[in-house]
Design a protein around this ligand. Structure first.
Ligand code: COA
Ligand code: MG
Length: 289
């Protein structure tokens, strides 16, 4: 699965911003046709995105295209505009039911077959950002073409009538629900956007909180957010060293016939081993070990 510590949105109708995005060293670039694009610019985005995908070198960055919501009336033209240029994945926003994912997956598979591309090579990520989407996560998250679920805090707050706060307690339940569904189906969980893109201090706090909650990455909208977010979702050298020690000492203690033992004054048993293994898996995904 592609690493998506930071997933950067770029308005799909803005060629200059797309060219700029290629210089940020970001894991994943999402060319947007949805809410980052004005209604009277949707057609421009549909022309510009496939052109950019064909003409520009994205290097190691993943190439995603975000269509408008299934049911908006815009989705089919968006999807059929993006697919011929072979993006790595399609992002479907505001998903509320499994059928919406199935609809897109059928069109994507038909494009793969007619172009001779491997079936399932174009991945789907979904935005879950409404009350219905959260309630239906159990079904939605089971679709085999999914790589990850993206949480949209602003849409979710609008959906439930909440007022956004700095500590984000009003979206805690939805964030935890998404992390849980993603863990159950082995998907990536991509946390909310910090819309106050000038406030890097708050961004770092929020990104660290998301990483600690179990998210694997975070959406970003501005170049200043890329570095701090990629760092927050990369295990630190200390965390990696500790995880390696846990793995080593756990095996030794098992050989001695002890299920639980003490390391630096704290108890270690099998759940702690699993946590350590997750840290090492994330470090490997970030190319660190
Ligand atoms: N992708 C690529 N380049 C971007 C960028 C992005 N998401 N956001 C900003 N930049 C570029 C700007 O074009 C500017 O380039 P320049 O120096 O060559 O002019 C530079 O980075 C600095 O940007 P800045 O002037 O600080 O911000 P801005 O006022 O131009 O833009 C936003 C602010 C919010 C409009 C812009 O960041 C943006 O469009 N973000 C994406 C929004 C989006 O897609 N939302 C939908 C998903 S939630
Ligand atoms: Mg949204």
């Amino acid at each position: 699965m592609h690493s998506r510590r930071a997933l950067l949105y770029v308005p799909g109708d803005d060629r200059n911003k797309i060219e700029k995005a290629l210089t940020f060293g970001v894991d994943s670039i999402c060319l947007d046709m949805e809410d980052g694009v004005a209604l009277n610019r949707k057609e421009a985005a549909r022309i510009n995105i496939p052109k950019a995908l064909r003409e520009l070198n994205f290097g190691a960055a993943e190439k995603l295209a975000r269509i408008n919501a299934v049911g908006s009336g815009l989705e089919e033209a968006d999807l059929t505009a993006a697919l011929p240029a072979r993006p790595d994945g399609i992002v479907i926003p505001k998903v509320e039911a499994l059928d919406q994912v199935r609809w897109a997956a059928e069109i994507i598979e038909a494009a793969e077959l007619s172009n001779g591309w491997p079936v399932n090579s174009i991945r789907i990520l979904i935005g879950v950002e409404t009350a219905r989407g959260i309630l239906n996560l159990k079904e939605i998250a089971s679709h085999p073409r999914l790589d990850g679920i993206i949480f949209g805090a602003e849409d979710y707050a609008a959906s439930i009538g909440a007022v956004r706060s700095r500590n984000g307690w009003e979206v805690l339940y939805a964030r935890s629900a998404i992390v849980t569904a993603c863990a159950a189906y082995e998907l990536q969980a991509i946390d909310m956007v910090s819309i106050d893109f000038k406030d890097v201090v708050n961004l770092k706090i929020e990104a660290a909180q998301g990483a600690a909650m179990g998210f694997s990455g975070k959406q970003v909208i501005h170049p200043a957010q890329v570095g701090p977010v990629q760092e927050a979702f990369t295990p630190s050298d200390e965390a990696i060293a500790h995880a390696q020690r846990v793995v080593e000492t756990f095996q030794a203690s098992q050989r001695e016939g002890k299920g639980a033992y003490a390391l630096d004054g704290k108890m270690i048993d099998r759940p702690l081993l699993k946590q350590a293994e997750k840290v090492l898996a994330r470090a490997r995904a970030a190319g660190k070990v």
